[in-house]
Write a protein that binds this ligand. Structure first.
Ligand code: NAP
Length: 251
């Protein structure tokens, strides 16, 4: 039998209790990785992701950490090493998105978004790079929105633009250490962040489907499969890339 593509690797996926992160953690485990399932508050959901992985014969642990808090980030990486002894893959996925038109933008809402979506990503990249002594793959989950102009999303879009640019710089900086750094940019994907729960209307969904070449909303598994591509050795020559995983939104 051929070896699983991520056999022997350890992956940390932030924000893996729900949505895209949960799908990525599950897919990586299926590909043979041992996985850290990070979450901020949804302990039961995170444990459900872990239980699903273990039931399928994989290895995973859930680790609570708010990536907006630097002390929690340190604890999360310590827990990764304590559980599995190494780190090969980091997926910076945990992010927040609040719909904010300019009149509602405040210093507090800007800080809240940047602390998780940018500072959190960057501090995780820093610690991961220290731990990836045999090289590795860092996947920064961005968004197709950073190449659009979406009213009501100025703060969130700014954070995703920052993710795009810092990924390119880090790809250049960490390449000599054998660490690849790429952006995975989902389009509209069916999760809590992108649903009626977050204020999304049926009309908007219809518009997004019409604006997407493949004529549907993405599913978390669509993004997880693209993440598996970037994580594994088949992507060994890919760094500094911005991988569109949107089904061709607004081409
Ligand atoms: P989601 O359904 O809202 O899930 C967010 C996940 O992140 C949850 O596991 C949540 O944990 C965790 N999280 C939130 N804040 C955190 C924090 N401070 N520290 C640690 N974990 C935290 O989001 P999603 O739609 O799966 O989005 C995942 C990524 O894809 C994000 O980077 C998002 O920007 C990007 N994206 C999504 C879409 C889309 O249409 N859904 C499109 C483009 C890009 P708890 O469960 O504990 O709260």
């Amino acid at each position: 039998m051929s070896k699983l593509p991520l056999a022997g690797k350890v992956a940390l996926v932030t924000g893996a209790s729900r949505g895209i992160g949960a799908a990525i953690a599950t897919r990586f485990a299926r590909d043979g990785a041992r996985v850290v399932v990070n979450y901020a508050s949804s302990a039961a959901e995170a444990e459900k992701v872990v239980a699903g992985i273990v039931a399928a014969g994989g290895q995973a642990v859930a680790v609570k950490a708010n990536v907006g808090n630097p002390a929690d980030i340190a604890t999360m990486f310590d827990a990764t090493i304590a559980a599995f002894g190494r780190l090969d893959i980091l997926v910076n996925n945990a992010a927040i998105m609040q719909r904010l038109f300019l009149p509602d933008v405040t210093a507090e809402t800007i800080d809240a978004h940047f602390n998780v979506n940018v500072r959190g990503y960057l501090l995780c990249c820093k610690r991961a790079a220290e731990l990836m002594t045999d090289g590795g793959s860092i996947i920064n989950v961005g968004s197709a929105i950073s190449r659009m102009a979406y009213p009501g999303a100025v703060v969130y879009t700014a954070t995703k633009g920052a993710v795009d640019l810092m990924t390119r710089v880090l790809a250049a900086e960490l390449g000599p250490k054998g660490i690849r750094v790429n952006v995975l940019a989902p389009g509209s994907t069916r999760t809590d962040m992108n649903s009626e729960k977050s204020g999304k209307t049926k009309e908007e969904e219809v518009q997004e489907i019409a604006a997407t070449a493949l004529r549907r909303i993405g599913e978390a598994d669509d993004i997880a499969d693209a993440a598996a591509l970037l994580a594994g050795d088949d992507a060994r020559w890919i760094t500094g890339a911005w991988l569109d995983a949107s089904g061709g939104i607004r081409l």
